[in-house]
Design a protein around this ligand. Structure first.
Ligand code: NOJ
Length: 549
């Protein structure tokens, strides 16, 4: 086991049913994914995050689980899963899975039993109210698709609470039996070889809901998980999906002035995500600089997970109306590109007009942000979205492997789990793995270089960072990482015009070395003054290398 592996990892998110179909039934599966591990190994990613793999009625793409101790028969069986963890580890790739335990599917046997009778042993595993809750239309997560958070259940003869859709009843986390069962679920998957969990909807799991009473957050759930997970598997991590304010972060990581990180190891950096998009929209480094300065420092083992796009809408709810409208104007000007009034249901390449230099700049920025980068499948080839599909399905189309029927995703043509985008600027006829592999200058080859560079420069994942002051060029972000492993300075020009940046004297420079850049630049000298930067350019310059060569 390598220490703190997650701090030097590159995470790749896969929806198994959309990735590769091995048996021609039109649905991606675990053997299909196993067959693509060498592709992923060459891409250089070191950890796969699998969206829910459990049996599910699939009314929320698997985020409605009906059995925590199995895999969805559409994608294989537990034997296939064990083979996946084995084959991945052979290639030095770890697997983490989504753990969706704020709620179950309403088809889960626990809920079916719970609703059937007040004396069911599972009744108290969910949250009920005899009276109609006054706030039942509050706290909606999916406006337009969800109208209430308490629904009447005819069979149960009571109201039940569901933070998300009405087919996703919330588990009652006040109940010790629920806590014990989910501990068992986690232990089970650790035994199956996973290296951790993405904790779906973490703030809602911690929220203890009681009809008519104010909700409270119980962080002892995270304490308990961390203890359990770490005793079972020293390397396992918890990665929380928690879109919370800066003041809350420490509670999730369990880092205080008195003690180190003893809750979640990682948190997605939602705080940075929307600001990165605002910066790209305004062609100004300022939103990133502000956001980095306000980012709470993480202590000890805790780590950010950076991302640009995930499987959900790009959530801009943390921006002001004016900021959000700037991002909409730049990247989602049509109403059908927007979702829930707060977000964007597009993939990155079409948001950036397919402009290769903008795509490189965006991902160079993300991969150089403090923390561990997370990349969604298909982004490395510049896949697009399908706005004819409803809601978030627009960004959940099958992986495009080649230009054949069904884009090489499946030998079946119809029915498929979701339509493959075949035509248009982002369709599989043009944008597919095989075509990009043949082209030495392709986006895919560029991603391989980006990923290998970030893995060669662990100071980005583990180091302390600072933003350098370059007041005369507002479009340029210059930041620096320092760690025993080395020191780096990184420059990004969000503007279209070339600039020359004076970054001032830098300590610890002996022979600066360009590790990665958007094009050839004059070799940096030890003085490092007056660095050139193309419009939309980026440079990753290593000042010092702390590891023996
Ligand atoms: C967050 C997931 O990312 C999203 O896809 C899902 O719909 C909700 N949680 C409910 O599980």
């Amino acid at each position: 086991m390598s220490g703190r592996w997650y701090k030097e990892a590159v995470v790749y998110c896969i929806q198994v049913d959309m990735f590769a179909d091995s048996d021609g039934d039109g649905c991606g599966d675990l053997p299909g994914l196993i067959g693509r591990l060498d592709y992923l190994s060459r891409l250089g990613v070191s950890c796969l995050w699998l969206n829910p793999v459990h049996p599910s009625p699939q009314r929320d793409q698997g985020y409605d689980v009906s059995d925590y101790y199995n895999v969805d028969p559409r994608i294989g069986d537990l034997g296939d899963f064990a083979e996946l963890t084995f084959q991945a580890s052979e290639r030095g790739i770890r697997i983490i899975i989504d753990l969706v335990v704020n709620h179950t599917s309403d088809q889960h046997p626990w809920f079916r039993s719970a609703r059937s009778s007040r004396t069911s042993p599972y009744r108290d595993w969910y949250i009920w109210s005899e009276q109609e809750p006054a706030d039942r239309r509050q706290g909606i997560v999916f406006p337009g698709e969800q109208t209430e958070t308490w629904s009447w259940d005819e069979e149960a003869g009571e109201w039940f609470f569901h933070r998300f859709y009405d087919f996703q009843p919330d588990l009652n986390w006040s109940n010790p039996a629920v806590r014990a069962e989910i501990r068992k679920v986690m232990s089970f998957w650790l035994q199956m070889g996973v290296s951790g969990f993405r904790i779906d909807a973490a703030p809602f799991v911690l929220e203890l809901v009681n009809a008519g009473q104010p909700t409270t957050l119980d962080f002892s759930i995270l304490d308990d998980w961390r203890q359990n997970v770490q005793w079972r598997s020293g390397e396992a991590i918890l990665l929380c999906e928690a879109n919370v304010g800066p003041g809350e972060i420490d509670k999730y990581t369990g880092s205080t002035a008195e003690g180190p990180n003893d809750r979640a190891h990682m948190l997605f950096s939602f705080l940075l995500n929307a600001r990165l998009w605002l910066a790209l929209a305004r062609k100004s480094a300022e939103p990133i600089i502000e956001s980095l300065s306000a980012l709470p420092p993480l202590q000890d083992m805790a780590q950010w997970a950076s991302f640009l796009r995930n499987h959900d809408e790009l959530d801009l709810s943390r921006l002001t109306d004016e900021q959000r409208s700037d991002v909409f104007k730049a990247f989602a000007p049509k109403p059908d590109m927007q979702l829930y009034g707060r977000g964007i249901r597009r993939r990155l390449a079409p948001m950036l007009g397919g402009n290769r230099r903008r795509i490189e700049l965006a991902y160079s920025l993300q991969f150089s942000m403090p923390g561990t980068p997370v990349l969604r499948y298909g982004e490395e080839i510049g896949m697009g979205d399908d706005l004819s599909l409803p809601g978030r399905d627009a960004i959940r189309t099958p992986m495009q492997w080649d230009d054949g029927p069904s884009g090489g995703f499946s030998t079946a043509v119809d029915p498929l789990v979701a339509p493959v985008t075949m035509t248009g600027a982002y369709g599989a006829r043009r944008v597919n793995v095989r075509a990009l592999q043949r082209d030495p200058d392709s986006l895919l080859r560029w991603f391989e270089q980006l990923i290998s560079t970030v893995r060669e420069c662990p100071e980005i994942g583990v180091g302390t960072w600072s933003v350098l002051d370059v007041p005369s060029v507002p479009a340029v972000l210059v930041h620096r990482f320092d760690a025993p492993e080395g020191s780096m300075v990184l420059l990004h020009n969000l503007g279209d015009a070339p600039v020359v940046v004076d970054i001032g004297p830098q300590e610890g420079t002996d022979r600066p070395w360009e590790m990665f850049a958007d094009g050839p630049y004059r070799r940096p000298t030890a003085q490092l003054r007056r660095l050139e930067l193309n419009g939309l350019g980026y440079r990753w310059i290593r000042l010092r290398h702390g590891r023996s060569m």
